[in-house]
Design a protein around this ligand. Structure first.
Ligand code: UD1
Length: 368
């Protein structure tokens, strides 16, 4: 069978698609997957690195843009739609999965026009505009969190969770997964700001470092900064004397999760799903400008079960962050409770359910 995974832009959309692709090819060596995204999305770098196939199309958003940018967005959409038809004619997929992000709309709608079944996956508690529109015509909508059910037609919506990559799923059986601080080991902190890094987390951490001098001998920090702040953040760590590794992007997130006792990060949906599987205690700092404040809602879904800590951006300061780190370091039992509660919220079979559903739908597509 052949599958197209459409969409991406950021890691939060792309990586669930990669998880489904991994599951799909594992079912049958003859299965084929093609990703369709945009040239400026994260997929342009990551998909070829993984040895998977990618085609790019033109696409951009229209929400929140002014008149001329909207017209440009519509023009790009129409061009992307025609490119999508060409791709569909050439690759002849049995099914299409839209994972959100700009490229998923033209490709999924072109698939509908050619009577190829398409499905969508929504990662967030509050869905984006693309998925709300695509849900109207999709065979089924896969959702990650119960909270998003109300936005979609009940009879065609299935709660699956957020598909996790094989490397992340392997963390579930890792024995070293729970915090090691109780044994008096070095306390290892992972700081990252979603797939692109987060300037305000970088700044808060830089401001926190001078206030962490009493912890200096006991902590080590891995900090992902994104492209822009790398040098500035690396300098701040060097000055602080705290053992650290500072990187613009982490290729092997499974390894980064595995070694962490505490994680400080944004609350993007895929991050949230991954840290539950990894059974890690997190201080979530939701991105306050995410559409409909969905990152806060993603974090609150865990907070209700005492499965994370949360700091809102308006409460964020170096002082506060340092105090929170110190507090949790002094309470290993609390750290472990949060980690275990996080694990209890993990949904591990999303990719399997999604692939089962998709291959169970006999394609009625006829590619003209
Ligand atoms: C600012 C914004 O609107 N961000 C959205 C975007 O976030 P973003 O793309 O940051 O998405 P997530 O936080 O959900 O996921 C990040 C993904 O990137 C991976 N990763 C991250 C850092 C790194 O160095 N290496 C790496 O591989 C993580 O393992 C994870 O798989 O999509 C998410 C899913 O729709 C939304 O919930 C977020 O609100």
């Amino acid at each position: 069978m052949k599958l197209i995974v459409a969409g991406g832009g950021t890691g939060g959309h792309l990586f669930p698609g990669i998880s489904v692709a991994e599951e799909f090819v594992s079912r049958d060596a003859a299965n084929e997957v093609l990703f369709v995204g945009t040239e400026r999305g994260i997929e342009a770098r990551i998909v070829p690195q993984l040895g998977m196939k990618l085609e790019t199309i033109s696409a951009s958003g229209v929400r929140g843009k002014n008149g001329s940018a909207q017209i440009k967005g519509l023009f790009l959409f129409m061009f992307g739609y025609s490119q999508s038809r060409q791709i569909l004619k050439k690759f002849r997929p049995d099914v299409v999965l839209g994972v959100g992000g700009y490229a998923s709309a033209p490709l999924c709608l072109a698939a509908r026009g050619m009577q190829i079944p398409y499905f969508i996956h929504e990662q967030n508690a509050i869905p984006g505009l693309t998925n709300r529109l695509l849900a109207r015509f999709s065979n089924k909508v896969f959702i990650s969190l119960e909270e998003s059910q109300r936005f979609f037609p009940a009879e065609r919506t299935l709660l699956t969770g957020n598909p996790l990559r094989q490397s992340i799923l392997e963390l579930v059986t890792a024995e070293d997964s729970f915090p090691s601080v109780a044994q008096g080991n070095e306390f290892r902190i992972l700081v990252f700001g979603g797939s692109q890094g987060a300037r305000s987390i970088n700044q808060a951490m830089m401001a926190a470092l001078p206030k962490m001098s009493a912890l200096k001998e006991r902590v080590s920090i891995v900090h992902q900064t994104g492209k822009n702040d790398l040098t500035e953040v690396a300098d701040a760590y060097a000055k602080s004397g705290i053992k650290s590794t500072v990187l613009p992007f982490i290729d092997d997130m499974a390894a980064a999760y595995r070694q962490a006792d505490l994680i400080i990060c944004r609350a993007g949906a895929t991050t949230v799903a991954e840290v539950t599987a990894a059974a890690k205690a997190c201080i979530f700092i939701p991105f306050p400008h995410a559409v409909d404040d969905h990152q806060r809602k993603n974090a609150e879904a865990l907070l209700e079960h005492d499965a994370c800590l949360m700091l809102l951006e308006q409460e964020l300061s170096g002082e506060r962050l340092a105090a929170e780190i110190e507090k949790i370091m002094a309470a290993p039992d609390r750290l472990e409770t949060i980690s275990r509660n996080a694990r209890s919220m993990a949904r591990l079979d999303a990719a399997k359910i999604i692939v089962d559903e998709m291959i169970g739908t006999k394609g009625t597509g006829h590619v003209r």
